[in-house]
Ligand binder design. Structure first.
Ligand SMILES: NC(=O)c1ccc[n+]([C@@H]2O[C@H](COP(=O)([O-])OP(=O)(O)OC[C@H]3O[C@@H](n4cnc5c(N)ncnc54)[C@H](O)[C@@H]3O)[C@@H](O)[C@H]2O)c1
Length: 351
């Protein structure tokens, strides 16, 4: 399958890739360099034994930094990587964000690809060309939009994935259902997390569905000016609490989606029944819907959110399940809305 994106690049996607064909896929390049998450390397070390250049990276959110990028760049220089080399990031969203960023800036950009090994990465992070690193508490503060050359799905890597990471990834799957796909939302309602952990075929279908949703959105708006923003549903507050409370990305987004759904009721036609459905679905996939959050720190992190525009921010709200809209809110409005929503205290415990 080829996804055509309105940039100068095409991303080749192989859904049934077998890692043993990695040399074949990279034969047109002068050098293949793998950057592998340390857990992936630990659980699957034997399959990497034939590969000459492997850089193992610690992983985890704290690895997504400029310092780690420089360390990888130093290793690429030592290996003599150039514009005819291929770097492949193998891991979750942390590795693909980091590798995409490094490959985009190293020698002003060299070919790169991903093998996603978490659900979250497979359905979201690996797709769409957003790469980057954090700066302090500010998520994805420094980065590029640059499409990968390859996305290769090899489900053997998922065998070692802890259950909690399946849950983490399904937050983004549920997000797609919420913002633009009622059918997907209904489908997810009829199953639960355990079903997808036990059924790799069903998981594969969901991954393909999510990829096609995200690819369509990105084709229309590769640079995040219009419809692509809807992919940020749940992410404004999600990003703020993710680093502050040290939550998994999907867990933070799950709580963020509850907040955004409540805001959708306040600002428009979204109903309490629909909020209840979103909340039940998140819990079915073993995701949190509440957390102790300090309003002052969230507000200050939100005002630093990279999507802020002067004194306002684009929030993604739901008109109904499967339909979203972009609403620009001033910080004053956000403050007032926070008060209204969280004084009821049936969701986030808001200090
Ligand atoms: N670029 C984008 O469009 C985009 C979209 C969504 C999320 N993200 C980013 O993705 C990151 C989160 O990604 P994530 O949830 O995949 O986290 P992650 O990359 O930290 O992986 C989660 C954990 O799973 C381990 N792991 C990975 N694959 C494994 C496997 N197969 N077996 C055993 N352990 C494995 C990792 O070592 C890590 O401990 C965040 O930084 C987020 O900002 C980016």
């Amino acid at each position: 399958m080829i996804i055509k994106v309105k940039t100068d690049k095409k991303t080749k996607v192989l859904f049934n890739f077998n890692f043993k064909n990695i040399e074949k896929i990279s034969k047109k390049y002068n050098k293949l360099i793998l950057v592998v998450d340390h857990n992936v390397y630990k659980y699957h070390s034997s399959i990497f034994s034939e590969i000459e250049h492997v850089i193992v990276v610690e992983g985890g959110e704290n690895t997504k930094t400029l310092i780690e990028s420089q360390e990888i760049i130093d290793k690429l220089l030592k290996l003599g990587a150039d514009k005819n080399s291929l770097i492949i990031g193998i891991g979750g969203g942390v590795i693909t964000d980091l590798v995409g960023f490094v490959a985009s800036i190293y020698k002003r950009g060299i070919p790169f690809g991903f093998i996603p090994t978490t659900v979250l990465c497979a359905v979201d992070a690996a797709i769409g060309g957003k790469n980057g690193v954090n700066q302090g508490l500010i998520k994805n503060c420094i980065g590029t939009i640059n499409q990968p050359d390859l996305i290769l799905y090899d489900y053997q890597f998922f065998k070692s994935l802890p259950e909690v990471e399946f849950s983490n990834g399904f937050a983004e799957v549920i997000k797609y259902g919420c913002i633009c796909d009622t059918e997907l939302f209904d489908y997810l309602e009829s199953y639960d997390l355990q079903y997808f952990i036990k059924s790799p075929v069903a998981l594969q279908m969901v991954v393909q569905k999510c990829l096609s949703i995200k690819a369509k959105i990105i084709q229309k708006d590769p640079n995040d000016n219009t419809i692509r923003k809807t992919l940020n549903f749940g992410h404004t507050i999600g990003h703020a609490i993710e680093k502050d409370l040290n939550l998994k990305h999907g867990f933070a987004v799950s709580i963020g989606m509850i907040y955004a759904s409540q805001l959708s009721i306040l600002k428009g036609e979204f109903t309490r029944d629909e909020l209840e459905r979103v909340s039940e679905l998140l819990q079915k996939y073993e995701l949190p819907i509440t957390e102790n959050v300090k309003s002052s720190s969230v507000l200050s992190l939100i005002t630093n959110d990279k999507k802020k525009n002067g004194g306002s921010i684009d929030f993604i709200l739901l008109k109904s399940i499967g339909e979203s809209e972009i609403v620009t809110l001033t910080f004053d409005e956000i403050k007032q809305d926070f008060k209204k929503i969280f004084n009821g205290a049936n969701s986030l415990s808001f200090a």
